[in-house]
Design a protein around this ligand. Structure first.
Ligand SMILES: NC(=O)c1ccc[n+]([C@@H]2O[C@H](COP(=O)([O-])OP(=O)(O)OC[C@H]3O[C@@H](n4cnc5c(N)ncnc54)[C@H](OP(=O)(O)O)[C@@H]3O)[C@@H](O)[C@H]2O)c1
Length: 289
């Protein structure tokens, strides 16, 4: 008979989940990796994939029954709160799981931005749940630049954002994954801790454009948009209104200088500096060229 691993990872097929599984697997930590579609499963030593859906509480019991620790992540959708609360309800039934929730640097149950509000609502329920918890609140991921921003650089040598000269300490999603791995491997010392995760340096999009220019050897221009211009551009790409509202709220926060604060948590938890924007751009230069 095989034993069920006592660590469950939701979001295992995503941008954070994939590197997280690699770190857990490399550390030899037996892990149950959840996906709604087993076609997305990547086989790794010590990792057992299982099909379950946060929207379907009956599917959650088998993946939570034996769990001592759970990594809780799902991408934003209007059902994020309901689905993540399903996980908490089922985990409460068994009582023993320490929940490490991937939240947001902007999490606030009273926020106007839908994504920030959804994470804040789940955080509030988790804190009151009686379960052990740790909250990870990352700032914006550098990996966000590999889609629309990279396309604009490729085709027009321009970056369009409504952030003005405001700065943000962007971080590499792989650092988030490594922090999560460190905590999941030994969660007890991190109980009731909320970690804001950032890079070690806050940069404006003008500075990001300069770094990309250096790597490409060609000028890349930052185009400072108004909120209305950014809304129109994002709507043209088919971005849902709730996500546009959230992005513009974050952009306004950055423009007004409120997003520049650097947290020491990544360096403290990993005992090394956070990955840098310059290194990220160099490594992903083919996306921008
Ligand atoms: N982008 C940023 O800059 C940023 C900053 C701070 C916080 N965040 C937060 O980071 C999270 C996104 O992380 P990511 O980029 O790693 O996500 P991602 O790549 O979009 O992957 C989403 C993952 O969630 C899983 N998932 C979604 N709904 C599910 C359900 N009903 N049942 C089971 N699994 C479900 C998906 O699994 P399957 O599809 O395999 O089922 C997938 O593995 C969001 O909560 C976002 O708010 C993002």
């Amino acid at each position: 008979m095989t034993t069920t691993p006592s660590l469950t990872v939701f979001g295992a097929s995503g941008r954070i989940g994939q590197p997280l599984l690699h770190y857990l697997s490399a550390a030899g930590i037996p892990t149950l990796a959840v996906t709604r579609d087993l076609a997305r499963a990547t086989p790794l030593p010590a990792v057992q994939w299982v099909q379950a859906d946060m929207a379907d509480p009956a599917s959650l019991a088998p993946v939570l029954r034996e769990s001592g620790a759970v990594f809780l992540l799902s991408n934003y959708s209007p059902s994020l709160v309901t689905e993540q609360l399903n996980v908490l309800k089922v985990a409460q039934r068994y009582g023993q799981a320490h929940i490490v929730k991937l939240s947001s640097g902007a999490a606030d149950s009273a926020a106007t931005a839908p994504v920030a509000r959804a994470h804040g609502q789940v955080e509030a329920v988790l804190r009151a749940s009686g379960l052990a918890w740790t909250l990870l609140r990352p700032e914006g991921f550098m990996q966000n630049w590999l889609t629309g921003l990279a396309r604009a650089v490729q085709h027009e040598r321009r970056i369009y954002e409504a952030t003005g000269e405001g700065r943000r300490p962007y971080l590499d999603a792989r650092d988030v994954a490594e922090v999560a791995c460190t905590i999941l491997a030994n969660p007890a010392p991190h109980a009731k801790q909320t970690y804001t995760l950032t890079g070690d340096e806050a940069l404006s999009y003008g500075q990001v454009a300069t770094l990309i220019s250096h790597v490409l050897g060609e000028p890349v221009t930052f185009v400072s948009q108004t909120s209305a211009e950014a809304r129109q551009r994002l709507a043209g790409f088919g971005v849902p209104v709730s996500v546009i509202d959230t992005l513009l709220d974050y952009a306004e926060c950055q423009r007004s200088g409120l997003a520049a604060r650097v947290s020491p948590a990544v360096a403290t938890l990993l005992n090394r500096p956070a990955r840098t924007v310059a290194a990220f751009i160099q490594e992903h230069r083919h996306h921008f060229a």
